[in-house]
Design a protein around this ligand. Structure first.
Ligand code: PGA
Length: 248
């Protein structure tokens, strides 16, 4: 059985005052029936880990592929771990776009994350142009084989399907479209890593998940949770999403 996961990506949002939201979330979910992960900006990681307590995990939003060295401004996976992270989001479309990250960059970062003992939450997803050209599954297949390292297990890998056109737009794919991609990702993982590993990797849907659509999305087979941006910033928005996942 895969334990469901509600993950929040705060992106470049939040200073110390935002920790009050995390505190409220922790108070609302003292013994959650699902895993909860919050990925704040790196500047807040250490404090967030303290505020989050045992019931909520914290993670990074990116890491460098190397363990240390002359890379001004970058953070290694070991540093995130040292600050209290247990996971890191990698290959988010905003990183792929803003920083020109390629599949092999994401793969090297994921390898570093796994070696440091972090869960790698690897993001894949098509653009609107690619979906309209009916290329979605080819794009996902290419991103998966390029970005996911060989040494993954059911424990250290989470795959997030995030159609780029659904991120921050309020547009969500149909449940059939989500189901098609998640089934495809599951089948490819099973083929590459075997049924044991392939069936234990958790698959998240991400892109405009809100309290109002979460329950429907969580009813789709092979959706094991969500990676939530905007609606993870406020406890009052994220909490009902967590509750929907608990009762899915
Ligand atoms: P959103 O972002 O929930 O604000 O659409 C999702 C994401 O980018 O992870």
């Amino acid at each position: 059985m895969r334990r469901k996961l509600a993950a929040g990506n705060w992106k470049m949002n939040g200073t110390g005052a935002a920790l009050a939201e995390l505190e409220a979330l922790a108070a609302a979910h003292p013994a959650p029936g699902v895993d909860i992960l919050i990925c704040p900006p790196a500047t807040l990681l250490h404090r967030a880990a303290e505020v989050a307590g045992d019931a909520i995990a914290v993670g990074g939003q990116d890491c460098h592929a190397n363990a240390s060295g002359a890379h001004t401004g970058d953070l290694s996976a070991g540093m995130l771990r040292d600050a209290g992270a247990t996971a890191v989001i990698l290959g988010h479309s905003e990183r792929r776009e803003d920083h020109d990250e390629r599949n092999d960059d994401v793969r090297a970062k994921a390898r570093a994350a796994m070696e440091a003992g972090l869960i790698a939450v690897i993001c894949v997803g098509e653009s609107l142009e690619q979906r309209e050209a009916a290329n979605t599954l080819d794009i996902i297949a290419g991103q998966m084989s390029g970005s996911i390292p060989d040494q993954c297990t059911g424990e250290n890998l989470v795959v997030a399907y995030e159609p780029i056109w659904a991120i921050g737009t309020g547009k969500v794919p149909t449940l059939e479209q989500i189901g098609e991609v998640h089934d495809f990702i599951r089948a490819r993982l099973e083929r590459r890593f075997g049924e044991g590993v392939g069936r234990s990797v958790r698959l998240l849907y991400g892109g405009s998940v809100k309290p109002g659509n979460a329950a429907d999305i969580f009813g789709v087979p092979n959706v094991d949770g969500a990676l939530v941006g905007g609606a993870s910033l406020k406890a009052d928005d994220f909490s009902p999403i967590i509750a929907a996942l608990e009762s899915a």
